[in-house]
Ligand binder design. Structure first.
Ligand code: F6R
Length: 615
């Protein structure tokens, strides 16, 4: 995720763009940049860091006058956060300037072709490839900017919201969208472009939200022409009247960032496997893994180190890796691992999982593993974070910034990456049949729509939350792949509602926790169709006969558990190994609604921090 802003009109573009970028920093804040046209030339400044760092840089580097400009706040995907990789990017002639939110999947092929035609590149970004592709098309085909953009976008695979300026035509901004958001604010003789309406809400209430595969040519003092990117159809755009306030807009209309992030999961899971998973062709391709596959296939053991929710993702991975790759897996709390004297050899592979990439304990565990000669692979969300730099190689989750302190989309995207890694290794090792491999690739591609379906139970889950918001204790039970989901569900509830909750493997209940069960104890049981279904049904009976209250997560179409449970939350049928990606959604929503009803600070629960950089 990145934030983009553009302005064309009669006001001072600089302050509109800078203020707009500050409002969009929730979308990414590792680097920022701005390009302003002062009537004669284009002045550009960009820097690693936040928008305030950009302001400092601009003061020293460029004049800030001009009524046309574009700006960007970045969440790195291709290329580490540094000055050069920051947007805007300029074409080789210096005439075209672009900002981009998204990922161009086939940028490497396009880049090669452009290099063969004599183009040079300063940055590692996919965006610089796109701007030069547009330039090349303009030259070769002798077409106007809008047409060149259209032709280029038809050659591009991936996702984008772009805004582009051609200094030869300083009365025009060209924008286009596929998969990333783009709003156009319509004022009097002026237009605004942004990832959401927050940068222009004080100037106008009228906005067009471009649909996927639409582009627009915006002309100062004139009109907006919206057209389809494929074909020649012009679109009559729908102008919306905005009724939201600033804060609501930043949260995408959701009451909390946590809820927004829960609802983002279908799209960010897609972003996680975009360009990496090609189910039709039976391909999983993870850049960071390609050169190190043998480290995994020859490994005696995989040790996963992480904390909190990331540790739970590691536990899910333990089941997946052992099942498919037949490599023994140990999952360690990073904080414990670093303080004992663990046995690690050069034949071990250590996987470190961290959303922030800054967790002190995980970082210390990585350093220890490296000292002892292990190969260390990182799975992080934040590009360029310390852990991503300290590990030998790794894969980013591409979940976009997670603002809510309680991890939601980080968990499901970590599991998505771990699933792809396990499938790839199993395929190379020959420990998974071709038919299973193909099945799981196809099923992984179906997960976003299954998550959407699980989200449809939201209102029902809210009703369940009403019933239980005032209890003091909860138990969460799950078996197999869903035992870690039970732990994660309990953690979510504890951290945002402050209600005490425990997660257990369902069969462990009779070894102690069953003593807690009475008519006041709600027990959340993940009772989906699986190899353990009958056993979980028995566990539910044991709870019922002690008057416990059952809230079950069930597979759509289930009848047995539905009849036994006091309340149930449905999820779509999914192959067992992938069920954590859907069952966890119901538990995220349950804890969210309980916390809201208790008036908790959902996005910033007491005593917690988003990134734990101390021991
Ligand atoms: C729980 C939560 C924490 C983090 C943990 C690790 O919702 O957010 O438990 O999962 O602090 O953080 P990362 O993944 O950034 O290393």
């Amino acid at each position: 995720m990145c934030g983009i802003v553009g302005y064309i009109g009669n006001r001072d573009a600089y302050s509109i763009i800078i203020n707009g970028l500050k409002r969009l920093e929730y979308r990414g804040y590792d680097s920022a940049g701005i390009a302003l046209y002062d009537g004669e030339k284009l002045n550009l400044s960009k820097t690693k860091g936040k928008v305030v760092d950009l302001e400092e840089r601009v003061k020293k580097e460029i004049p800030t006058n001009g009524n046309l400009g574009i700006g960007h706040t970045r969440w790195a995907t291709h290329g580490v956060p540094n000055d050069i990789n920051s947007h805007p990017h300029v074409s080789n002639s210096g005439e075209l300037v672009i900002i981009h939110n998204g990922i161009i999947e086939n940028y490497a092929t396009l880049k090669k072709e452009l290099i063969n035609r004599g183009y040079t590149f300063q940055s590692d970004t996919d965006t610089e490839v796109l701007v030069n592709l547009i330039e090349e098309i303009q030259k070769q085909e002798n077409v106007k900017l809008g047409q060149a953009v259209q032709i280029a976008l038809n050659q591009v695979v991936g996702a984008y919201a772009i805004a582009l300026i051609d200094i030869k035509k300083p009365d025009e901004i060209v924008v286009a969208k596929l998969g990333s958001p783009l709003a156009i604010g319509i004022g009097e003789d002026e237009f605004f472009v942004a990832s959401d309406a927050s940068p222009f809400i004080e100037y106008t209430n009228n906005a067009i939200y471009l649909e996927d595969e639409e582009m627009a040519i915006i002309r100062k003092g004139r009109d907006i022409k919206v057209r389809k990117i494929k074909g020649d159809k012009l679109v009559d755009p729908y102008i919306q009247e905005l009724k939201m306030n600033l804060e609501q807009i930043e949260k995408g209309g959701y009451d909390h960032f946590m809820l927004k992030e829960i609802y983002e999961q279908p799209s960010v899971i897609k972003d996680t496997y975009r360009g990496r998973l090609l189910a039709d062709r039976g391909i999983v391709r993870l850049g960071g893994l390609e050169n190190y596959i043998e480290k995994f296939t020859n490994a005696d053991r995989i040790i996963i180190v992480a904390c909190g929710t990331s540790w739970h993702a590691g536990l899910v991975a333990e089941y997946i890796f052992e099942e498919w790759t037949r490599i023994p897996v140990e999952v360690e709390y990073a904080s414990e691992f670093r303080y004992r004297n663990p046995i690690i050899t050069s034949k071990d592979v250590v996987i470190a999982i961290s959303q922030s990439g800054e967790t002190a304990d995980t970082l210390a565990a990585i350093k220890l593993a490296k000292q002892k000669g292990a190969f260390v692979y990182g799975i992080c969300n934040v590009v360029g974070s310390t852990i991503s730099r300290e590990t030998h190689s790794g894969t980013y989750t591409h979940a976009g910034p997670e603002i809510g302190v309680a991890s939601t989309k980080a968990f499901t995207t970590q599991i998505t990456v771990l699933t792809m890694i396990a499938l790839k290794i199993a395929k190379v090792k020959g420990t998974i049949s071709n038919s299973d491999f193909m099945l799981y690739l196809r099923e992984l591609e179906l997960i976003p729509s299954k998550v959407e379906e699980a989200l449809k139970s939201n209102e029902k889950i809210e009703e369940i939350a009403k019933v239980f918001k005032d209890v003091n204790n909860f138990l969460y039970l799950g078996r197999g792949y869903n035992f870690p989901v039970a732990l994660e569900g309990a953690l979510k509830l504890k951290e945002i509602s402050y209600i005490h909750a425990e997660g257990y493997p369902a069969a462990e209940m009779k070894h102690g926790p069953i003593a807690l069960i009475d008519e006041h104890m709600p027990v959340v049981v993940i009772a989906i169709n699986s190899n353990h279904y009958e056993k979980v049904v028995s566990n539910i009976q044991e709870i019922k006969s002690r008057k416990g209250i059952i809230i079950a997560v069930v597979t759509k179409g289930d009848t047995t558990v539905k009849e036994m449970a006091d309340y149930y939350m449905e999820v779509p049928k999914t192959p067992e190994a992938l069920t954590p990606l859907v069952t966890t959604i119901s538990l995220q929503l349950l804890s969210y609604h309980i916390a809201v009803m208790l008036n908790r600070n959902v996005d910033q629960p007491r005593n917690l921090a988003k990134s734990v950089t101390v021991e």
